[in-house]
Design a protein around this ligand. Structure first.
Ligand SMILES: [Zn+2]
Ligand SMILES: [Zn+2]
Length: 336
């Protein structure tokens, strides 16, 4: 559960000397760092370059696959299912932590949403360990499932031209099942108790993405990815790269970074139709609590189709300089 804003300073674990932190506190401290102080930005919302996201993600996607290929072709040593699980999980976990660091740097560069009202939340001390364990469980269970269901030991690693299609369809399928279950958690009264912990923060940080009770955790980690995979089974290596991007979006969606920062894979396809997701969408979802809209976490396809979108306040077309877009009457924003 997020720490209340009025927690006495003496009880704020993050104000202690970082040398006194335990391992879990060190990990969690990566989301905002020691020098975090919110600065209110009033200028136009910066446009984040999505190609820098690809440049960041792709090496992490390719590295374990290239390593496995080299092991099999040059050393004649294919990876067992267990070895594949261990190495791909370690890669995904490291990628997750480096992503948190990247989002912290982007937050320092661009600022955070709704900063005028409140700083980003911190996690209460008693939630630090469960939260970090939840993050590790998310990463390891997802790769374990992929290793069990889709991995074929002895088969040479491969990527095909279908990779972008497989990734896009998998992400939309994840979003569809997530939308249904997430909306039910909000709108079926007796289910809200399973989701309340996730909403204990109104201004999350990237590492609060796995903040959840066990029932919600199980669906997030295991059930939804399996349902999405069953709709259209895809090769292990395609599934792994799609998981990398899904995790990236889940972490970014909780970062509160004040930028026009959309989905690196689906954003360009969906934006012309107004169906793309940006960081502000899930940030607003947290701020609005039980009665929130914006149930999708990869797209706004299903929110738009079922009429559950919440309007954006900060990353509007006018604020990001798209003032000539249809329907916009605002004057062009001043340059940064
Ligand atoms: Zn929710
Ligand atoms: Zn959330």
């Amino acid at each position: 559960m997020a720490a209340p804003a009025n927690t006495p300073k003496s009880e704020q674990w993050w104000t202690r000397n970082p040398k006194e932190f335990d391992m879990f506190q060190k990990i969690l401290h990566m989301d905002l760092g020691s020098n975090y102080k919110e600065v209110i930005r009033n200028g136009p919302v910066p446009k984040h370059n999505v190609w820098t996201d690809h440049a960041f993600v792709i090496p992490w996607a390719v590295a374990p696959i290239a390593l496995q290929y080299a092991s099999q072709v040059f050393l004649g040593r294919p990876w067992s299912r267990l070895e594949a699980f261990g190495i791909y999980t370690a890669n995904l976990a490291t990628f997750g932590l480096i992503t948190v660091r990247r989002l912290r740097i982007l937050g320092e560069k661009y600022g955070h949403l709704d900063a005028i009202n409140r700083e980003r939340d911190r996690v209460a001390e008693n939630r630090v360990t469960p939260l970090v364990l939840g993050l590790l469980a998310t990463i390891s269970v997802r790769t374990m499932m992929a290793a069990i269901i889709a991995y074929k030991p002895g088969r040479l690693p491969f990527l095909t031209w279908k990779l972008p299609i497989d990734m896009a369809l998998y992400m939309v399928a994840v979003d569809f099942f997530f939308y249904l279950y997430h909306r039910a958690l909000h709108q079926v009264p007796w289910l809200w108790k399973f989701h309340r912990t996730h909403h204990s923060t109104k201004h999350p940080t990237s590492l609060m993405a796995p903040l959840a009770d066990h029932v919600q955790e199980t669906f997030d980690i295991a059930v939804i990815p399996i349902l999405a995979y069953m709709i259209r089974p895809i090769p292990f290596f395609h599934w792994y790269i799609a998981c990398l991007y899904v995790n990236y979006i889940e972490l970014a969606g909780h970062s509160g970074v004040r930028a026009d920062m959309g989905h690196p894979v689906l954003g360009m396809l969906l934006r012309p139709f107004g169906l793309d997701l940006v960081v502000e969408d899930h940030d607003l979802h947290h701020r609005l609590g039980m009665r929130a809209g914006n149930f999708g976490k990869q797209t706004r396809i299903f929110d738009t189709f079922f009429g559950t979108t919440s309007p954006r306040y900060e990353t509007t077309p006018e604020a990001i300089g798209l003032h000539n877009q249809k329907g916009s009457k605002a004057p062009p924003p001043k340059a940064l």
